[in-house]
Write a protein that binds this ligand. Sequence first.
Ligand code: CAA
Ligand code: NAD
Length: 284
Amino acid sequence: MAIERVGIIGGGLMGSGIAEVCARSGSQVVVHEVDVAAAEAAMGRIEGSLARALDRGKMSDTERASILRNIDISTDFADQADRQLVIEAATENEELKRQIFADLDEVVTDPDAILASNTSSIPITRLAAATNRPESVVGLHFFNPVPVMALVELVTTVKTADDVQERARDYAASLAKTVIHAKDRAGFVVNMLLVPFMLSAIRMYEAGVASAEDIDTGMRLGANHPMGPLELTDFVGLDTTKYVADVLFEEFKEPLYASPPLLTRMVEAGLLGRKSGEGFYKYE
Ligand code: CAA
Ligand code: NAD
């Protein structure tokens, strides 16, 4: 049966983008947020992104209105009960996510519903183990900014049912995303390669080899990256980057995944990048 009713847990940077693309493809979306202020912030992010798309001629006014009609934001977890697919996109923290999966297991009534996580790094098996339906759990890892980035990583565990894998892949493909498949190892494909690169740039900056601007300009102009690695860390969020590094380090025990002291100190100081107004750079 086609997936028409989608739930998103967390309407931050990623959840708001995932809600936008699901609603754009015609799904009816309910985003769950922790309180009214967070719900309003989520709606603000979605409206801002739609305004940008409209300004750049990527979307008509009619399309924008229909996307907004397809999205509800709720602070009542019971509104997830009738969802056919739930994509968890809350803060990168295993304990929090395990609780959300346990709650979804209780609340979502459809036995065929798919429970997915957008985690950047946490093994899906550990989230699936918080439920009584591990065969229905997958990773659907979107990239930031979701409306623009063309990739979704589909992560399956040893317990994921074949039809769940197939339906999750078909749904992600219906969002006009290219889907790649990864086994359940921390960081999957992209972050296992991308995050050590970002951490290396932070170590280089910390060692005083070059300024932040020169490191970023070097990779933008010398390797044709759309953003330099420090700009990208600010864009992803330093808290999320550190958490991903910690999960990768715990899994592989390799120094290249260890969070550099500067990253740890900046997170402790609340310098989280764009979302807090300051990271390696300052933002308006
Ligand atoms: N819907 C549809 N299209 C949209 C849109 C929306 N809501 N918002 C913007 N767009 C379009 C714009 O119209 C523009 O299209 P054109 O190029 O055809 O004009 C395009 O998207 C780019 O948007 P902007 O012009 O606003 O931005 P930009 O050119 O400055 O590029 C960027 C911004 C896309 C973020 C680019 O800098 C980039 O690709 N950076 C790297 C991003 C990246 O690496 N992301 C991965 C992060 S890691 C991750 O996500 C995984 C993890 O787990 C941490
Ligand atoms: P974020 O900090 O922007 O947003 C997290 C949101 O989750 C916040 O709005 C918060 O209020 C909400 N939240 C926290 N606890 C919740 C709960 N119990 N129920 C509902 N909502 C809750 O973070 P983000 O960057 O959007 O990251 C979300 C997830 O996506 C993380 O797992 C992250 O690793 C992953 N991810 C992030 C990026 C990125 O570039 N930032 C890219 C891909 C994947």
